[in-house]
Design a protein around this ligand. Structure first.
Ligand code: GDP
Ligand code: MG
Length: 173
């Protein structure tokens, strides 16, 4: 074997345009946040290698790179995913209502045993918040998936969300 890892795992980010997917990726991997951010710019993917239980896990975390604007995320994006982070913006009702559609797409195109996590992004915008924490929690509970409210701007819960998900997906790999 010429690979330097035991498992190669794809994590994908989905959710409406503008909810903060790219910012979340940049905050976790680069430790930065820039505002205002040009939402048409995405990153393709970022890589994190982690050792757990004496195995090397190589996580590739994929951004939709703008395709979500037309809900044109390709089936192969879902099909190749071991984990899917579904993201809404706590200040944007539509982005929460559209979770139904994103979940339907996962059910239609992703592997049956795919791991899913729900993220309520932009938790720092307290005065503009329209989706309260309990509403997000309830939605996640119905699906039986973990839930975090995060702020890429203030660096709140970003590491916790990714690390929890890496552990979960890695354990089931
Ligand atoms: P994407 O289209 O889902 O990739 O969303 P972006 O990451 O491009 O973010 C869309 C806009 O929301 C940008 O103007 C970001 O600066 C802003 N944004 C993203 N995350 C946060 C956050 O945690 N807090 C605040 N206040 N703004 C954010
Ligand atoms: Mg983006």
């Amino acid at each position: 074997m010429n690979s330097n890892y035991d498992y190669r795992i794809n994590i994908v980010l989905i959710g409406d345009s503008g909810v903060g997917k790219t910012s979340l990726l940049i905050r976790y991997f680069d430790g930065t946040f820039t505002e205002p951010y040009n939402t048409t710019i995405g990153v393709e993917f970022k890589i994190k290698t982690i050792e757990m239980n004496e195995k090397i896990y190589k996580f590739l975390v994929w951004d939709t790179a703008g395709a979500e604007r037309f809900r044109a995320v390709t089936r192969s994006y879902y099909r190749g995913a071991h984990g899917i982070m579904v993201i809404y913006d706590v200040t944007n009702q539509d982005s929460f209502d559209n979770l139904k559609i994103w979940i339907q797409q996962i059910q239609a195109f992703a592997n049956d045993n795919v791991n899913i996590m729900l993220i309520g992004a932009k938790s720092d915008l307290v005065s503009k918040k329209v989706i309260d924490t309990e509403t997000g929690e309830k939605f996640a509970e119905q699906l039986g998936i973990p839930f975090f409210e995060t702020s890429s701007k203030e660096n709140i819960n970003v590491n916790e969300a990714f690390e929890t998900f890496f552990k979960q997906v890695g354990t089931r790999a």
